[in-house]
Design a protein around this ligand. Structure first.
Ligand code: PNS
Length: 164
């Protein structure tokens, strides 16, 4: 069985990688799928986000069955194109769940019974989000506990330009 792990990944964090690794053991193939949304302002463009993901995965033995893709528009259409019937989403705490629950039911309705599997990251990553990581990076804080080195470097470079 194959699964699709969608998100903004702006940027990918240790929390995302934890969920992706768990999914890679559960499914024959996992697509990590980066959302391209013209309405939303991302810090990293889609190519940069995909490049960071590729760098994070290149030396991971568990990532052999992981492939990165991108999508625009409705997620269910991308899932249909790939022939995937299962979505993966990470939930960190109860407050994530309400939004995730609604999105899962909407995707199921739109996507011909496409189901969502929720996975939890390990405990010490439950507070890590890309939003907070960007905030820490903006103020030039320590990032090593939250993102791999390549992502930390890219964030530092990006925010140096932004702060100028
Ligand atoms: O990492 P995020 O920002 O929580 O990811 C949210 C994402 C990109 C998975 C979600 O917003 C999405 O799927 N957007 C595409 C439009 C869509 O299909 N929405 C869900 C049904 S309304």
């Amino acid at each position: 069985m194959r699964a699709l792990y969608p998100g903004s990944f702006d940027p990918i964090t240790y929390g995302h990688l934890d969920i992706l690794e768990r999914a890679s053991y559960m499914f024959e193939k996992v697509y990590i799928t980066v959302a391209v949304n013209r309405e939303k302002k991302f810090v990293f463009d889609v190519d940069e986000r995909l490049e960071l993901i590729a760098e994070c995965l290149k030396d991971k033995p568990w990532a052999k069955n992981v492939e990165a893709t991108q999508f625009t528009g409705l997620l269910v259409n991308h899932a249909k194109d790939l022939g995937v019937k299962t979505l993966i989403r990470g939930v960190r705490q109860l407050s994530d769940f309400e939004y995730e629950f609604r999105m899962a039911l909407m995707n199921r309705k739109l996507g011909d019974d496409i189901d969502t599997v929720f996975l939890m990251p390990r405990g010490e990553l439950t507070f890590v989000s890309a939003t907070l990581v960007r905030e820490v990076a903006y103020w030039d804080g320590e990032l090593t506990a939250f993102v791999p080195d390549n992502v930390a470097q890219a964030l530092r470079k990006k925010y140096k330009q932004i702060r100028k």
